[in-house]
Design a protein around this ligand. Structure first.
Ligand code: ZN
Length: 617
């Protein structure tokens, strides 16, 4: 018989308040045990709880973010039980009338299909104290006791361990986005109990559900669900009844083990908390809190495309992490669209690579948004050249500083005076008759040598694009060749070391210059899988491609290589390059006019006329 899973999650999220749920004790981690305590959170008889308004506000904001209906009249109840981590022998929770009802989140599965996971309700409660076990004794630390916890209870709408992880990931992203919690799993401020049952495919009635506790990571939840689903199927196959119980996940044995038979709600003898008044929420308050919510990610994406003229894809990647999007907007605000777009390209490429390499978030680096904006403005205005930009960026990322002052102080301004550059080119040509002869003999790559010479003569301050143009013009005059005019060489990306250069030509004689090479260290780039998971990809191999119109890009070998040949892509996935040793194809990401969707459109297809065979190996 075929069985299907029904999975529901109860997710506890610690709210980002300054003080505890029902007293004024500070919420701080890393303190000596039992130092942030008072008669209320220690559960002394007669101590009276006082509700934390901020916790109510953050729960309502979460509900609004998740599309829940806000309960205008919510009440607290006592959940009675005996356990050493709750000295008063009851927990203040919401049983009958929780703060938020309904709502849900949409998940995207690996195959691209979407499913809406419904939320039953969100209630607010206090956390228990923490029990620490030592060699011979155990101790109770009440510092955690009374922490405001929001419990988000889903409907059993998930069908697999993957669904559960997609749901938790979506939940976490929204709650962090709204600023209601850090959702840091390692620090325990997001914890999930899962319940799972199986039923024959087609059966409407739910099977007997088993709850699993003791999981503190997404991978633990995934493994526990996979194993429990298998265990229940084995029980069914051997006619062993599945009992309603709570099981714990043993990460070492990789199995679930029975903990206790499951209590029912009536075991807790819930009754209304007599020491707290109901929470009465009026429309004005709810509206005031709604206004505090951040712009929804999809609204933000559309606005960023409109306001800064950046690609939809870039806006999507930026808005995935609120911190990145906020930082980018702080830098781009007030810039013209051309500069804002250049800033986006730099952020998506080099800045994100620096974040990866250093393990720092954008907020942790020393560079301010104003500094990056100033650096990009200098580059767009032609005050500094590309190599100088690439040289200054890591330094400012690491140590901070004002780019304008640094450029002035060190005299890094670009030499763009054509007469001065022409003089350098003449000087380089006169001093190197050998390479000139090579060029005349048809070795077009020799043009690159002269660009390099001029960069040296100008102490790196020449604009390599302008130099490329002058070199091409002068050499063409010497060799009466038009080929060089097609060459606009990119120089100065220090992380990439070209090892072989070659050229491709299309049917119209247009030339694409390609350099194969590798970076000194592993190049790490982010790759977004269809389920939204961001993976790190490591490679050393890359190509630098210069198109006939002078546009160019640096692309890295990627995982999705085709059966024939190798695929490379840029960090921002704007370009793809595919070569099989005989021909090359270049694609650019753009809106496909026939579908209106983002697509990779071919901009160049050509055959190798010179250079390495077999992908440059
Ligand atoms: Zn207290």
């Amino acid at each position: 018989m075929e069985f299907e899973n029904t999975i529901g999650l109860e997710t506890h999220v610690q709210l980002k308040t300054r003080t505890k749920m029902f007293c004024g004790c500070l919420l701080k981690t890393g303190c000596e045990p039992n130092t942030n305590v008072c008669p209320v959170c220690l559960g002394y008889p007669g101590a009276l709880p006082v509700m934390n308004k901020e916790a109510v506000k953050l729960t309502v904001m979460s509900g609004l973010m998740l599309g829940c209906e806000v309960n205008r009249h919510a009440t607290f109840d006592r959940k009675n039980y005996f356990y050493p981590d709750m000295a008063k022998d009851y927990q203040i929770s919401e049983n009958g009338s929780p703060l938020c009802i309904g709502g849900g989140v949409e998940i995207t599965r690996a195959d691209g299909t979407k499913k809406f996971i419904r939320i039953n309700h969100i209630h607010l409660e206090e956390d228990a104290a923490k029990i620490n076990h030592y060699a011979a004794t155990s101790g109770v630390d009440f510092n955690r006791g009374g922490t405001p916890l929001m419990e988000i209870v889903s409907e059993p709408d998930m069908e697999s361990a993957d669904d559960a992880i997609a749901y938790l990931t979506a939940l976490k992203e929204m709650l962090v986005y709204a600023g209601v919690s850090d959702c840091n799993l390692e620090e325990g401020n997001m914890r999930s109990d899962v319940n799972i049952s199986i039923r024959p495919v087609g059966e409407k009635k739910l099977g007997t559900k088993v709850e699993i506790k003791n999981m503190n990571s997404f991978s633990g939840i995934h493994a526990a669900l996979v194993h429990e689903a298998r265990r229940q199927r084995e029980c069914m196959a051997h006619s062993i009844p599945i009992v309603q119980e709570t099981r714990r996940w043993d990460p070492e044995a990789m199995e679930t083990a029975s903990m206790r038979s499951k209590e029912n709600a009536h075991d807790y003898r819930y009754f209304p908390e007599p020491d707290l008044v109901p929470v009465e929420l009026d429309e004005a308050t709810i509206e005031e809190w709604r206004k505090l919510l951040p712009e929804k990610p999809e609204t933000r994406r559309a606005r960023m495309v409109e306001e800064y003229g950046i690609a939809e894809y870039d806006a999507e990647v930026l808005s995935q992490h609120k911190e990145n999007a906020d930082w980018y907007e702080a830098a781009a605000r007030g810039l013209d669209k051309k500069t804002a777009k250049a800033l986006c390209n730099l952020f998506m490429g080099d800045v994100m690579a620096l974040m990866n390499a250093s393990g720092k978030t954008i907020g942790e680096c020393a560079m301010t948004p104003a500094a990056l904006a100033s650096l990009v403005k200098l580059s767009v205005a032609g005050t500094i050249n590309g190599p100088t930009l690439k040289e200054l960026l890591p330094e400012i990322f690491e140590k901070g500083g004002d780019p304008e002052a640094i450029v002035k102080e060190r005299g890094l301004g670009a030499v763009s005076d054509t007469a001065a550059l022409e003089a350098f080119v003449d000087q380089a040509i006169a001093a190197n008759p050998g390479p000139v002869q090579d060029f005349k003999n048809g070795k077009k790559a020799a043009a690159g040598f002269f660009v390099g010479q001029v960069m040296k003569l100008s102490k790196g301050k020449a604009d390599p694009k302008i130099v490329g143009g002058i070199v091409a013009k002068k050499l063409s005059a010497l060799a009466l060749s038009l080929v060089a005019a097609m060459l606009v060489l990119f120089v100065g990306c220090t992380s990439f070391k070209p090892q072989q250069a070659c050229m491709f030509t299309d049917s119209e004689g247009n030339i694409v210059s390609v350099e194969y090479g590798q970076s000194k260290r592993d190049h790490v780039s982010k790759f977004t899988a269809p389920n939204g998971k961001v993976l790190d990809m490591k490679t050393k191999l890359g190509v630098r491609v210069t198109l006939p119109d002078g546009d160019g890009f640096l692309a890295w070998e990627c995982m999705n290589s085709l059966p024939v040949g190798t695929m490379y892509r840029t960090d921002n996935e704007k370009w793809l390059y595919h070569a099989n040793g005989i021909s090359c194809r270049v694609f650019k990401k753009a809106v496909n006019p026939s579908t209106g969707q983002d697509d990779y459109l071919e901009v160049f297809e050509g055959v190798i006329c010179e250079g390495p065979k077999g992908d440059g190996e």
